[in-house]
Design a protein around this ligand. Structure first.
Ligand code: CO
Ligand code: CO
Length: 369
């Protein structure tokens, strides 16, 4: 297991300006700052980070053993039972932590209205300030430990794809192929999946965010696979597009344009480069090939505990600069209705002097059936 310094991460929460405490609910932020990977459920769990350097948490009694397994957090628990309900725990936390009338920093992307209403019921003088932008900014620069976990996630995901392709053949359904790929990842030590495994065949691949269906894979058509395993919650997010058999001339032309766009974006990216410039590098190649109207999404997104992180945003017009430690995807695509789509997606890390490409799976269209 890679050691993560949670106290160091929590210190950054206390530097967020203008709030008297920061509150986190289960999800990627709670996992990032504490290592606790509770699921968001109907039972509220709220972690508090106060200026005194302490962590406190409103927590259902049944989850207390998982908190007790983490003595390093030195968290003060405000536990509640299903019988008594959680209202008193909210009141007690606000009172004991001296937060009455104070301004609480909340993650507006994950805290639910029901939770904020429970705070207001406990103390109507509380004020909320959204801090989700501060949180994603802190998480945007990855530590060497985080990058190593994503390196491991990529490695096992690529090995799983290799095992899958030794088995895959025309006649299998998209769902069967996806299930086998997930089994391969589990067998190789993946602790989850970054998102629902996407296997799209033939014309189905023309939908960039379509779904895996019962359609049967044929020879000589596109097979698009977008997937990723996780290691300690850190994901890979890889897409490769194949053809079992003989692709048509148009399929080869589309594939070549996407591959060249992917290469151009990788060549353009590095420290100090505007995020939009990387998107432009990919888009120019696809426009020159005559498929500009069929590249209908951004070139890439930030990658971390959330598979889609908002920083960096590899999209047209974003002038913010890439910095060392940022991890993101490069995933240009062309989608032609009726024919199908091609996407080639890699995972990269900005280094001090360039770019490390985490993914190395062959970018090769033709597979022999
Ligand atoms: Co993807
Ligand atoms: Co992606």
């Amino acid at each position: 297991m890679t050691t993560i310094h949670y106290a160091r991460r929590q210190e950054k929460l206390r530097q967020i300006a203008g709030v008297d405490a920061v509150l986190l609910v289960p999800g990627a932020n709670m996992r990032y700052f504490t290592g606790l990977d509770f699921h968001l459920s109907e039972r509220p769990i709220i972690a508090f980070f106060t200026p005194d350097g302490a962590m406190s948490i409103i927590i259902p009694e049944l989850e207390v053993p998982r908190l007790n397994a983490r003595p390093d957090l030195e968290a003060r628990a405000f536990a509640w039972t299903d019988t008594a309900g959680y209202r008193e725990a909210f009141r007690q936390a606000i009172r004991d932590l001296g937060l009455s009338g104070k301004r609480l920093g909340v993650d507006g992307m994950t805290m639910r209205l029901s939770e904020w209403l429970a705070f207001l019921e406990a103390d109507p003088s509380l004020a909320a300030q959204p801090v989700e932008r501060d949180l994603v900014r802190i998480r945007a620069i990855k530590t060497p430990e985080e990058i190593e976990l994503m390196r491991q996630a990529v490695r096992l995901s690529e090995k799983a794809l290799d095992n899958l392709l030794a088995w895959v053949q025309p006649g299998l359904t998209e769902r069967q192929i996806a299930a086998r790929l997930e089994d391969e990842m589990t067998a190789l030590g993946s602790d989850g999946k970054a998102f629902e495994t996407l296997v799209q065949t033939g014309p189905n691949s023309a939908l960039p965010h379509g779904t895996t269906t019962d359609r049967v894979l044929q020879a000589d058509e596109f097979l698009l696979i977008d997937y990723g395993g996780t290691v300690q919650g850190y994901p890979a997010d890889i897409t490769r597009t194949f053809c079992l058999g003989a692709p048509s001339a148009e399929m080869q032309k589309i594939y070549a344009a996407v591959l060249a766009a992917n290469e151009a974006a990788r060549a353009a990216a590095g420290p100090g480069v505007a995020m939009g410039q990387v998107d432009r590098a990919a888009r120019e190649v696809i426009e020159a090939a005559g498929y500009g109207a069929y590249f209908i999404h951004r070139t890439g997104h930030g990658l971390g505990l959330d598979t889609h992180e908002p920083i960096p945003q590899i999209a047209a017009g974003v002038e913010d600069l890439l910095k060392p430690g940022m991890v993101f995807t490069i995933e240009p695509g062309i989608y032609v209705p009726g024919l199908g789509g091609v996407r080639v997606e890699d995972n990269v890390v900005v280094t001090e002097d360039g770019l490390e490409v985490l993914t190395s799976y062959p970018r090769q269209l033709v597979l022999k059936p």
